[in-house]
Structure formats: structure tokens, C-alpha cells
Design a binder for this molecule. Structure first.
Ligand code: OFO
Length: 172
């Protein structure tokens, strides 16, 4: 059973996922400008994942007979003082997205909308992974204290990240 309240929250979440893609594209651009191509690759892949999140919500809203409403996206931050600052912002953004998803899941339960609650389980698991990924890299950056050779080593590691569409998207 879907309610207008849940539809509104899903539309807001769709907007947040699209903003996440925009937010991470700005980070990719920053790293590309610093010639840290591995870091840039990491955020290029992250952007694609965010677009997948948006697509899943877009399709779900349509599937339940709702109307997708796209909203304005604000300009993301485009300059950063250091790679560490970038990952601090990325981690805090992911924490915000996690709490946003949790709020919808809680509201879906209150509204007895178990279909939406079930749909959101994938996102809840995904968010735990996203937070862990950002946190791990942030801790590595703090460990190396942005020493140039450590940064280049991490850059090489991040250049290996490959985009894989989530199986849930392939099923739909
Ligand atoms: Fe980064 O998980 Fe979606 O927003």
C-alpha cells in the first residue's frame, strides 16, 4: 500500500542520489586536475553507482504507479584543501544518505508499506558498504599523512576500481 508521504520521500531520495552523482563528479574533476588519476577513477566509478541508485528508485516509483518529480540540483563543492578533506566530505555525505534511507524505511513500516520497506533493504546494505569504503580510504589517508609516495601508492590502488552494475539492476 503506497502513500503520498512515501512517494514524496522516495522522490526526495531520488534527488539525493542524483546529487550524490553530481557531488562525486566534482571530486573526480578535482583529482583529475591534480593528476591523481586513480582517485579520479574511484570517483568516476562512484558516480556510476550513484546513477544506478537513482535509476533503481526512478524505476520503483514508476512501478508502484507514482510520478517521478525531478528537482533542482545545487552546485556541489568544487575545490578542496586536500584528498583527506575530500574523503571526510564523502564519508559524511554517505552517513547522511544512510540516515535518509533509514528514515524512509521507518516511515514505510509506520505506513504498513512492506513492499517499499522490502525494496529499501538493498539500499540499507549498500549504504553500510559505501560508508565502510569511504572510511577505509580516509583512514589510509590519515595513516600516510598525505606523504607523496603514500599518496601515489593509494592512487595506484584506486585506479583498479572497476564499475560493475548491481545484480538488482540487471534483474529489472
Ligand atoms: Fe552513495 O549511496 Fe547512493 O547516495
Amino acid at each position: 500500500m503506497r502513500s503520498e508521504k512515501i512517494l514524496e520521500m522516495l522522490n526526495e531520495q531520488l534527488n539525493r542520489e542524483l546529487f550524490s552523482a553530481y557531488f562525486y563528479t566534482a571530486m573526480e574533476a578535482y583529482f583529475a586536475s591534480q593528476n591523481l588519476d586513480g582517485f579520479a577513477n574511484f570517483f568516476m566509478v562512484q558516480t556510476k553507482e550513484e546513477l544506478d541508485h537513482a535509476r533503481l528508485i526512478f524505476d520503483y516509483i514508476n512501478k508502484i504507479g507514482g510520478r517521478v518529480i525531478l528537482k533542482e540540483l545545487k552546485q556541489p563543492k568544487i575545490d578542496y584543501s586536500s584528498p583527506t578533506e575530500v574523503f571526510e566530505l564523502a564519508l559524511s555525505h554517505e552517513r547522511f544518505i544512510t540516515s535518509s534511507i533509514h528514515e524512509i524505511a521507518k516511515a514505510a513500516l509506520e505506513e504498513k508499506d512492506l513492499t517499499t520497506h522490502n525494496f529499501l533493504q538493498w539500499f540499507i546494505n549498500e549504504q553500510a558498504e559505501e560508508e565502510e569504503t569511504m572510511d577505509k580510504i580516509l583512514r589510509k589517508l590519515k595513516f600516510i599523512k598525505e606523504d607523496p609516495s603514500g599518496l601515489l601508492f593509494l592512487d595506484k590502488e584506486l585506479s583498479t576500481r572497476v564499475y560493475t552494475p548491481p545484480s538488482i539492476l540487471q534483474e529489472n
